[in-house]
Design a protein around this ligand. Structure first.
Ligand code: PLP
Length: 409
């Protein structure tokens, strides 16, 4: 069976162009870039070139401001723990209630260690509460960490504006953004609209580079202690022999994303919009999470009332379709995701959310297939649901009141 892969916010396939660029550094040019002999100069030069490319494509950052890491989780942890370690005098951090666990659980850990952490709430469409954000900024605020776009819903936060407000309030507050879902998709100009951002994290495997490579932008002058100690790699800011091949791959993937953006983005958006329109039209009691907010053009998160996302995913999987569930908790429990809970998605839908996330490799025919299969899956699961009257093929009267309730009755 041919796989239809629509889970690109989880990971992406490595682009052939990226693989071609990185392969020589796994085979012929495998030398340690820190070694002194001549053959090691190739890998060392390749890292220098990759750093320049990444810096340039993020709005002419300085190459020295780009730190290569192993993933966005490492970049996020380095940004937060490194900032705290370098600035022990301030003890307050602001983040949001919908961050990826690579920030959210760091925030919870910091609370346990006695740091004051504010998780700013969002509205029903996943938009940040600006009033609460401004109110949270304090004289002892060390750092703000706000994601650029949400991995589950695709909702985009106004990072340009929030970073400007932060700096206007207090120039010394350090602003971090987790841009893992946006680098290569949305414009990021670290000398222009993102000039108030001090730290920015992202990861290769979300933009057709391999898993196991990430980067952290650290603006010159930002105090951030290294997270990994050891050798002198990355100018002493991140020890560990460099992953030369994947660094090269990351730079090539970013280059490719920029080169292809004007062609890929409208095509992906058109496919996503068609999927959204058709599913909404064909399936009753289906809502789009984050519908009224600015969203990434590749992401569609739908809430199907009265059924479980896991059931939908299994049936999609049986058809060869890979998507993911907004309620699938990474810990394996059946708790709905903290993102959908923060959005107060009605109880009848919070377990029934499914995320489709597209990439340049998806086709119209794949979208057709999902449109063909998905309504039948929802219908068959609803017929088994205790909230659904299978004879009348409609929700039971007592289930209707749950449509607007955020909590379990
Ligand atoms: C917004 C966001 N931040 C961080 C991460 C973690 O990325 P990595 O797998 O590279 O550690 C992800 C991955 O899903 C993400 O979507």
């Amino acid at each position: 069976m041919k796989i239809i892969y629509m889970d690109n916010n989880a990971t992406t396939r490595v682009a052939p162009e990226v693989f071609a660029a990185l392969e020589p550094f796994l085979t012929d040019d495998y030398f340690n870039p820190s070694s002194l002999y001549e053959p090691a100069h190739g890998p060392a030069d390749a890292i220098t070139a990759a750093r320049k490319t990444v810096a340039r494509l993020l709005g002419n950052a300085r190459p020295a401001e780009i730190l290569f890491t192993s993933c966005a989780t490492e970049s996020n942890n380095t940004a937060v723990f490194g900032t705290i370690a370098a600035n022990p005098d301030r003890r307050h951090i602001i983040t949001t209630g919908v961050e990826h666990p690579a920030i959210f659980s760091v925030g919870e850990d910091l609370q346990r260690r006695g740091i004051d952490v504010d998780f700013i709430p969002v509205d029903g469409d996943g938009r940040i509460d600006r009033v609460e954000f401004v109110r949270a900024l304090r004289a002892d605020t060390l750092m703000v960490s706000v994601m650029h776009a949400n991995n589950e819903t695709g909702v985009i936060f106004p990072v340009e504006e929030l970073s400007r407000i932060t700096k206007e309030t207090d120039e010394s507050i350090i602003f971090h953004t987790d841009a893992t879902q946006t680098v290569g998709k949305l414009p990021i100009d670290l000398r222009g609209s993102f000039k108030h951002v001090d730290l920015l994290s992202f990861s290769g495997h979300k933009l057709h580079a391999p898993k196991g490579i990430g980067a952290l932008f650290i603006r010159r002058g930002t105090r951030c202690r290294p997270f990994l100690l050891g050798g002198h790699q990355e100018d002493g800011r991140r020890a560990g022999t460099e992953n030369v091949a994947f660094i090269v791959g990351l730079a090539r993937a970013l280059e490719l994303a920029m080169e292809r953006h004007d062609e890929d983005e409208p095509r992906i958006l058109a496919m996503r919009d068609r999927l959204e329109k058709e599913l909404t039209a064909r399936i009753p009691y289906l809502e789009v999470n984050g519908r009224n907010a600015p969203r990434l053009s590749n992401t569609l998160n739908v809430a199907c009332h009265f059924i479980e996302g896991e059931g939908i995913l299994y049936q999609l999987s049986a058809e060869g379709i890979c998507a993911s569930s907004g309620s699938a908790c990474t810990s394996g429990s059946l708790e709905p995701s903290h993102v959908l809970r923060a959005m107060h998605i009605p109880f009848s839908a919070i377990h029934g959310s499914v995320r489709f996330s597209l990439s340049r490799y998806n086709t119209e025919a794949e979208v057709d297939r999902v449109i063909e299969v998905f309504p039948g899956i929802v219908d068959s699961l609803r017929r088994l649901s205790p909230y659904w009257d299978a004879k009348k093929n409609e929700p039971r009267p007592e289930a209707m009141e749950m449509l607007t309730r955020a909590e379990m009755p």
